[in-house]
Design a protein around this ligand. Structure first.
Ligand code: MD6
Ligand code: FE
Length: 165
């Protein structure tokens, strides 16, 4: 995590031309893994097809892979490290169910909680693209999809501002 250098409880990886990474210096997108220096693997066609169906153009540049085990959670945040703030963010939940909290544009405003099951999709589009959201907890043992238990969330994003036609 920025400043403290403490690890997130969520483990992260990326697919696609750009990956979201975090260290003491802050958050950013970069084309290679921060430790190995290798490019991220490509985004699978099935995920690209889902994006084309639900979002359309431009193409996503990053699929962030979040892995939740052993009480991992994610604090309230906004996805705001992308230049392309007007392009929706699409997420796919797999494995154990999770309590997803979503609010509005103010960090301290009212929120609602949703239970996300394996296979559920969340599309933050329009005004909700800038809404605060987070994962309060994982409901362990609600799915046997992920070997060893846990939850995986895939978020597809456009990072760079698309070239205008
Ligand atoms: C998660 N999801 O479900 C965390 N962000 O584990 C997100 O942070 C998220 O579901 C942007 C759009 C959809 C999301
Ligand atoms: Fe998010």
């Amino acid at each position: 995590m920025p400043r403290t250098g403490r690890p997130f409880s969520v483990r992260m990886a990326n697919l696609g031309p750009l990956g979201w990474v975090s260290d003491r210096r802050g958050y950013r997108y970069q084309p290679t893994h921060p430790v190995t220096g290798r490019p991220w693997p490509p985004i699978p066609d099935r995920l690209l097809a889902l994006w084309r169906e639900l979002v359309g153009t431009p193409e996503p540049e990053c699929c962030l892979v979040n892995s939740y085990r052993d009480g991992a959670k994610m604090g309230l945040h906004r996805d705001e490290d992308e230049e392309a703030q007007e392009v929706p963010v699409l997420s796919v939940s797999l494995g154990d169910a999770a309590i997803f909290r979503v609010g509005g544009l103010a960090r301290r405003g009212p929120t609602v909680s949703l239970r996300l099951e394996s296979g559920d999709l969340v599309l933050l589009a329009g005004a909700s693209r800038r809404a605060y959201h987070g994962i309060d907890r994982i409901l362990a043992g609600t799915s046997d999809l992920v070997p060893g238990g846990g939850r995986i969330n895939l978020t597809l994003r456009r990072v760079s501002r698309p070239a205008r036609a």
